[in-house]
Design a protein around this ligand. Structure first.
Ligand SMILES: NC(=O)c1ccc[n+]([C@@H]2O[C@H](COP(=O)([O-])OP(=O)(O)OC[C@H]3O[C@@H](n4cnc5c(N)ncnc54)[C@H](O)[C@@H]3O)[C@@H](O)[C@H]2O)c1
Ligand SMILES: [Zn+2]
Length: 360
């Protein structure tokens, strides 16, 4: 993909893991490599990547315990210490092997270590392949907010081997599909239709169909990001479902997967769009049909404190004055524009509360 700060390749397809050493030597040559992975992915794929690399250059495997709750400044500090211990210098490079948590942490480590060293993403969850490994956002969570501390740092290369998804739990696969549904909903009605048709192949983990989904989602996300690398305009379309999702994630701790929170967020935000007369009638039911077919949740969990949810949205960086701004759909395949040209639309508290009360 082409981006201002240097373009990079996103390679997608079954079996690419075997080609990692050659790919790294070509796209991210370094005197020493640090393969960063988590405790679940390391024995599945991380060790193998580090061992294969070791034949060409010294490679150290650095791991941390799996789980979003470890995407912290503490883990980042530990990773940087261990890179120093391993003797990784300015001419070293980081290889992130894992899901979005590994990608965000390893990317942030690479962005800050010795003021920035190259890194390569080897995503192993569907979500990481079709979403988080593209765009160059890296960072960690803080107790008050997700992704609150971070940096933009573009990888040199992304290698998405769809056979690694064979070992991925079904709920994680579905969570990745939530982001694919979002890509179709904001930019491509035909892709949205295809996603509905591909359900059986996706749950059977057909590597070719999964590669096709990753390819289309990456194209959509790359095109949006390339047009707006620092998130002033069109990039806010990618936030569809996310204003509510982030608040839900803050409220619920780690009970919800990111993709599940996005699914609920899309359902409620699609309802909000229709209620405001902004989205074409039927938009909400199309979103619900897609979410149901991928066994994704679409209702705000019972017992959620809705006023607290709104407070969290207000604290979010997208909030201005007494309204929360949302990326809303005009219809499946297109995002609505505010009459003032903005890519987000202000929603006042009363309306937001009633949409949340109605649920999806
Ligand atoms: N940087 C971005 O632009 C961006 C975009 C979207 C999401 N994110 C971030 O991504 C994170 C979520 O990513 P995720 O859903 O990949 O979570 P994750 O990295 O926690 O992975 C989910 C679980 O699956 C396990 N796993 C990973 N690959 C596996 C495989 N092939 N087989 C079996 N198990 C496997 C992991 O160990 C983990 O337990 C969040 O922190 C979110 O903020 C970042
Ligand atoms: Zn997301």
């Amino acid at each position: 993909m082409a981006l201002g700060e240097g373009s990079y390749q996103v390679l997608i397809g079954p079996g690419l893991l075997q080609e990692i050493p050659e790919l790294l030597l070509r796209y991210a040559p370094a005197s020493r490599y640090a393969v960063i992975s988590d405790s679940i992915v390391a024995p599945l794929y991380g060790q193998r990547v580090a061992a294969a690399l070791e034949k060409y250059a010294p490679a150290v495997l650095v791991t941390f315990p799996s789980g979003e709750w470890n995407k912290t400044r503490e883990t980042w500090a530990d990773l940087t210490d261990r890179l120093l211990q391993a003797g990784l210098g300015r001419d070293g490079a980081v290889v992130a092997v894992g899901g979005g948590v590994v990608g965000d942490l390893a990317g942030f480590t690479a962005a800050t270590y010795m003021r920035g060293i190259p890194y390569v993403q080897v995503p192993t969850t569907l979500l990481a392949m079709l979403d988080s490994s593209v765009g160059g956002k890296t960072g960690v969570d803080t107790p008050r907010a997700k992704n609150a501390v971070g940096a933009f740092h573009q990888p040199r290369l992304v290698v998405a081997d769809t056979t690694t998804l064979k070992s991925l739990p079904e709920a994680q696969l579905a969570a990745g599909m939530a982001e694919a549904i979002k890509h179709g909903a904001i930019a491509d009605a035909r892709y949205f239709e295809h996603i509905l048709q591909w359900r059986d192949e996706v749950f059977a983990k057909d590597p070719q169909v999964l590669a096709e989904i990753v390819r289309r989602s990456v194209e959509i996300k790359s095109a949006i990001v390339a047009s707006d690398e620092r998130e002033a305009g069109p990039r806010s379309a990618l936030n569809f479902g996310h204003t509510i999702a982030h608040a839900l994630e803050t409220a619920m701790g780690y009970e919800l997967l990111h993709g599940e929170a996005v699914a609920i967020g899309m359902a409620v935000e699609a309802g909000l769009g229709e209620q405001m007369g902004i989205s074409l009638p039927g938009t909400r039911s199309a979103i619900l049909e897609a979410l149901r077919s991928y066994r994704l949740p679409h209702d705000i969990p019972p017992g959620t404190d809705l006023n607290r949810l709104i407070e969290t949205m207000n604290r979010d960086k997208k909030a201005r004055s007494n309204t929360v701004r949302f990326a809303l759909l005009e219809r499946i395949g297109a995002v609505a524009r505010d009459p003032d040209g903005s890519w987000t639309i202000a929603v006042d508290h009363g309306l937001l509360l009633s949409a949340l009360e109605r649920g999806s």
